[in-house]
Design a binder for this molecule. Structure first.
Ligand SMILES: CC(C)(COP(=O)(O)OP(=O)(O)OC[C@H]1O[C@@H](n2cnc3c(N)ncnc32)[C@H](O)[C@@H]1OP(=O)(O)O)[C@@H](O)C(=O)NCCC(=O)NCCS
Length: 188
């Protein structure tokens, strides 16, 4: 799977499954969002061992990660964003995918998040036979919540004061979508 996408401001990216050459770019984006310190409940950046074990899961088809590669830019600066669908921790929930998304700051607000999620949902059904997608998000992350709602994710609950960061508590919003419902709503 490889597709060329023109974003709302005219820039072009290539959507594809992550491969070895993308690993540093993907984790650079992750580290930058950890530095922003308002979107993810994480303090530590990843180490090389964690990067390798993450890539093994992608390489052996255990998990799905779609990247948006910027043409003619060298790694690790060539990944504009990424959307992962990981597995649920429970054996009896192998039909459930857990969505995580990051768009690099200079590529936000021009439709990339939406196309990354769309592609990752479709690929997770095709490759991993996922039936539903779940996610969670800080209640303060209005942009992400708006994006998920626009796509049809249902808000199914809230964990009050679930995270403590920057000297304050954050509520965690839980959302989900059935892939068949999503595909029905987004026929290509
Ligand atoms: C959340 C995130 C993935 C959204 O990606 P994006 O590429 O900026 O989003 P898109 O451009 O596809 O926007 C899709 C929708 O989101 C909403 N949105 C995007 N930018 C917005 C902004 N600045 N203000 C309000 N809503 C906005 C809009 O509803 C938009 O749809 P529309 O353009 O039809 O109105 C991105 O901002 C990001 O990576 N943030 C940091 C990491 C993060 O929060 N990850 C999610 C953790 S749960």
């Amino acid at each position: 799977m490889k597709s060329k996408i023109t974003l709302k401001d005219g820039r072009i990216v290539i959507l594809k499954h992550a491969s070895r050459e993308d690993v540093d770019g993907v984790w650079k984006n992750f580290d930058d969002v950890v530095d922003e310190a308002i979107y993810l409940p994480i303090f530590e950046k990843v180490n090389d061992y964690e990067k390798e074990s993450w890539y093994d899961d992608i390489k052996y088809g255990r998990e799905v990660c779609i990247v948006a590669q910027i043409p003619k830019v060298k790694p690790p600066s060539n990944i504009a964003g990424q959307c992962e669908i990981t597995n649920s921790e429970w054996e009896a929930a192998s039909h459930v995918g857990v969505l995580g998304i990051i768009v690099r700051e200079d590529y936000r607000g021009i439709g990339l998040g939406e196309v990354l999620i769309d592609c990752a949902i479709r690929e997770s059904k095709k490759i991993k036979n996922k039936k539903k997608i779940i996610l969670s998000c800080f209640s303060t992350n209005e942009i992400a919540l708006r994006l998920y709602q626009n796509l049809g994710f249902q808000r199914i609950g809230i964990r009050k004061k679930q995270f403590f960061m920057n000297d304050r508590y954050y509520d965690e919003v839980l959302m989900e979508i059935s892939i068949d419902d999503y595909l029905e709503k987004h026929k290509n």
